[in-house]
Design a protein around this ligand. Sequence first.
Ligand code: HEM
Length: 469
Amino acid sequence: MGKGGEQVRWTPASTKRAELAASGTKISLEEVQRHRTPEDAWMVFHDKVYDVSGWHDHPGGHVIFTHAGDDFTDIFAAFHPPSAYKSMDPFYIGELDTPSIEIKPLAQRNFEKAYRDLRGKLVVAGMFNSSKAYYAWKCSSNLAIWAAGCLCVILSDSFAVHMLGAFLLALFWQQCGWLAHDFLHHQVFKNRAYGDYAGIFWGNVAQGFSVGWWKNKHNTHHAVPNLHESCPDAHDGDPDIDTMPLLAWSLKMASAAQASAAGRFFVRHQALLYFPILLIARVSWLLQSLSFCFDFAGGVWESKGSDAAKRVFPLRRAEQAGMVVHYAWFGALLATQLSAAEAVVFFLAAQMMCGFMLALVFGLGHNGMATYDADSRPDFWKLQVTTTRNVSPNLFVDWFCGGLQYQVDHHLFPSIPRHNLKKVHALVAAFCRENGVAYHEASMLAGTGEVLGHLKEVSEAFIHEFPAM
Ligand code: HEM
């Protein structure tokens, strides 16, 4: 509140943060909630208010704006190394006029406290420390799959063996996806540059994915899973559910399809089209990666926040070089060993099999779970837990899903290495039970059934809502 009790409406980017901070003015939560776009972004951390309006050079990119107008205490802890805490100081503008403890319901306060205590216990228990031997084994066994795939192409003239090679390369790329994921979440190395370089090896060089593109998209997904964007100016939507015009995960998304015949067709038949769409997913990711790395095709395939991501990602040249190496080794393999026709079949088969195996796991993680509107989104823990599905583990699932079978645990603590997630899971499951938080787990088969069932429900709701279409 301002002098005389009137509500103060702060001007956005022009705000002089230091002056505001020095004035000691208390700020209401309602006031913070009004500043929710990239150019006018205020956020709360442990009852302190920060103004990050227009900070397009935040080292993590535009993901910071997903929490404009909101509390970012827990998401900050999830993403940042301890060294980042001091970089908040220049953005401080004041204290909340009413501490959150007096605003939030008791159950919520208890849960938040317990969640933060749990993080502390996991740090003390060494759960954030990686086993380098484990990752050396994962990396070398994956390279063995790559070698086997290449040898199938080099040593044999048989079409069937070549197709086996395509399958092995598809498996290799799928596992590269999980390795790049772990390195880029900084699960393996405390030194973030090492993680980024390893990510470029397993992402750009090995499988043709741009690390900068992936980080921008994936970190935003982590910050706001299954959340619909509030408005075109905001940066608060989950890019992973932005799958229109092909798949609609809620009636809200489906409604956007009613204007075009193609859109209506896809929504009506999306449960049947789900598996065929997974087959082409990787081709789309390759195009987005090329677009991000080389400004290819005028940015047609780029996702929101790409400009900032290109500017802030420090290893842009290295990732461009990585892409060149990827297409050089893969192109040389196909061009020197196969006829033109067989090379095309091999290329498409490998891309489609890999896309299917990657996307199947992605779908299991969140699709068919709750979706939220940005305006009514729940707090950090509820958003992360209720939008996410764990897959019941077994030896095959553990290998095939690369740690993402513990999706809930991973979302709550993204920088815990995958080999510790089994232990963490036992604590998180007990913790959710004690605090009455719905926590969902299904087998691979049942989970995929849930995804298809959800797509069908959205189709039916769409047909019911727009019967004349
Ligand atoms: C005042 C608020 C914030 C400040 C001062 C800040 C500062 C920083 C700094 C210094 C880094 C670089 C860390 C390093 O690599 O050493 C960073 C990275 C990052 N930040 Fe923030 N941040 C803020 C808020 C946020 C918010 C709200 C989010 C998410 C919603 C976020 C997400 C990230 C991500 C994803 C990275 C990149 C991590 C990586 O892949 O290396 N930040 N931030």
